[in-house]
Write a protein that binds this ligand. Structure first.
Ligand code: SF4
Length: 112
């Protein structure tokens, strides 16, 4: 594959990841983690895994062990509901509960 093809493939994958993240948040159960740089890092990591492995494997888990777990660790991974319920955000800090986001805003003195 030429560099140009590779760039094109990554651009398509990045659009797909951004669209997935947007539409998942639009469903309303969760919001984005309230640190845009952290979110962007995870989006880039999901994109890397999509390009390299064909699926949006969780970027904060080891890919080979994720592959062994089938679809469980493809974003949105199976454990994210329990993780968000427990700590307010998923393990990668991509999605967070509305109450966690509201608390963080208060803590930082930002208006909701
Ligand atoms: S921890 Fe978060 S970003 Fe990682 S796969 Fe699960 S839901 Fe996606």
């Amino acid at each position: 594959m030429s560099d140009e093809d590779g760039e094109q493939k990554r651009a398509v994958a990045l659009r797909r990841v951004r669209k997935f993240v947007e539409s998942y948040v639009a469903k309303g159960a969760y919001e984005l983690y309230p640190e845009p740089e952290v979110v962007e890092n995870i989006v880039q990591g999901l994109t890397d895994n999509l390009v390299a492995h064909g699926k949006m494997y969780c970027p904060c888990a080891e890919v080979e062990s994720s592959k062994a777990r089938g679809a469980e660790m493809v974003c949105p991974c199976t454990p994210h509901h329990a993780d968000i319920a427990r700590q307010g955000y998923c393990d990668c800090a991509l999605f967070a509960s509305p109450s966690f986001v509201a608390e963080e805003r208060l803590r930082k003195g930002k208006p909701a």
